[in-house]
Design a protein. Structure first.
Length: 176
């Protein structure tokens, strides 16, 4: 199964994303249009404290039009290695440097519309430093115990895919 691109047009080019429209030939020979959001990729980090709690951030997300409870995350800078981005984002957002970073999974958060690839890391042996959020980032840092995570999960408090994947991974580690 494949789609052959016969034409492409750039619809929008922004600071972070580019949107293109493609004319493709389907496997049955018919023509179709595809709109794709091109994104540089991102990382997300599951930061586990020494006491077993997990750090999250609350942040307003315009597309959702509300504050979401998420694990720390951020986009890759041009040419940046995902592991270095994970270290940078963790310190910027929650003020910790991890001694250990383990890649959990690499996935497409929304492959129907975007080519974004997300690298999900587990961070342990955290050392306190200072937060340094981006100028346009306003975050509230939250630490939750295993029981609080389960209660929040059951209450529908986690609504984005990267955080849900990380939480299910974490709970599986804890054999819950």
């Amino acid at each position: 199964m494949d789609e052959k691109i016969v034409n492409e047009r750039e619809i929008y080019k922004g600071r972070i994303i580019t949107v293109k429209e493609y004319d493709v030939v389907l496997e049955n020979g018919k023509l179709a249009k595809r709109e794709v959001v091109h994104h540089p990729g991102a990382v997300a980090i599951l930061p586990i404290a020494r006491d077993g709690s997990v750090f999250f951030v609350e942040q307003y997300r315009l597309p959702a039009k509300k504050v979401l409870l998420e694990i720390p995350a951020g986009k890759l800078d041009f040419g940046e290695e995902p592991i270095n981005c994970a270290k940078r984002e963790l310190e910027e957002e929650i003020g910790y440097i991890p001694k250990n970073l383990k890649l959990i999974h690499v996935f497409y958060p929304s492959p129907g519309i975007s080519d974004e690839v997300l690298y999900l890391y587990e961070a342990t042996d955290l050392e306190k430093t200072n937060t340094n959020p981006d100028n346009d980032e306003f975050l509230k840092i939250i630490s939750l115990t295993v029981d609080e995570i389960i209660k929040a999960l059951e209450g529908g408090k986690f609504e984005d895919s990267k955080t849900l994947i990380a939480i299910y991974y974490f709970l599986r580690l804890k054999k819950i």
